[in-house]
Design a protein around this ligand. Structure first.
Ligand code: DC
Length: 211
């Protein structure tokens, strides 16, 4: 069983995908963390995020087990991740890892849930259930701002909204694997939906498909 959960930043897809994986006993892969891991490695090597050769080197030598979960969450890494994610050879270098994870979950789980931007369209076009989780940019920025404030950031909500819109534009407008719902994806707009309601709707869709 392969489930794709795509959508823009801060729409709630990570929380939803994690909860679904726990509920069904499936493996979970946050594919954004791979692009963040690449971006972090590029920045640590002293290169600019736009340096494609540095991005490809980082992607080809990326060890997903060694990605630092805290260091990849800074606004600088978020920004750099959307830059390296637009580079076709960077995407190609981490495609095989994602597909292997989906087809052979690491601990023999009976299914895998991958969240990202292009899981239902490119990484796992044959996924059994495809979800596309979205919410308005203002609501997503507000959630992200609360999260950042909680971890001590002093960024203003206006700045966070500008960053969210910038990243949306980069993720949507890039030529390779742009962010978009697969034709057969179920849309879940969480603007006015609690996480419990989104979870309930997703569980029903997955149970239907499991038969
Ligand atoms: O979901 P996130 O914010 O952690 O993703 C970080 C960046 O990586 C984001 O700008 C989009 C990109 N990304 C992507 O292009 N494809 C994916 N499958 C996952 C993330």
């Amino acid at each position: 069983m392969i489930i794709s959960v795509d959508g823009p930043a801060a729409a709630g897809k990570g929380t939803l995908a994690r909860a679904l994986a726990e509920h069904f006993g499936y493996a979970y892969l946050d594919t954004g963390s791979l692009y963040r891991g690449v971006a972090h490695a590029v920045l640590m090597s002293g290169s600019a995020p736009q340096d494609e050769a540095a991005g490809v080197r980082a992607a080809e030598t990326l060890d997903p087990a060694k990605i630092d979960p805290v260091a990849i969450r800074t606004p600088e890494v978020s920004e750099a991740a959307s830059v390296v994610a637009a580079m076709p050879p960077v995407r190609a270098a981490i495609l095989a890892f994602q597909r292997r994870f989906a087809e052979n979950p690491p601990n023999g789980e009976p299914g895998a849930i991958l969240d990202g931007r292009d899981i239902g369209t490119v990484v796992c076009p044959d996924a059994d259930v495809k979800l596309y989780v979205t919410a308005s940019a203002e609501i997503r920025a507000h959630r992200r701002w609360l999260e950042l404030k909680g971890s001590g950031s002093e960024l203003s909500e206006t700045q966070v909204l500008a960053d969210v819109k910038d990243r949306d534009a980069r993720d949507t407008d890039r030529a390779t694997s742009p962010m978009r719902p697969a034709d057969d994806a179920h849309l879940l707009d969480t603007s006015n939906l609690s996480i419990e309601a989104a979870f309930g709707a997703a569980v029903a869709l997955i149970e239907q498909s499991r038969g």
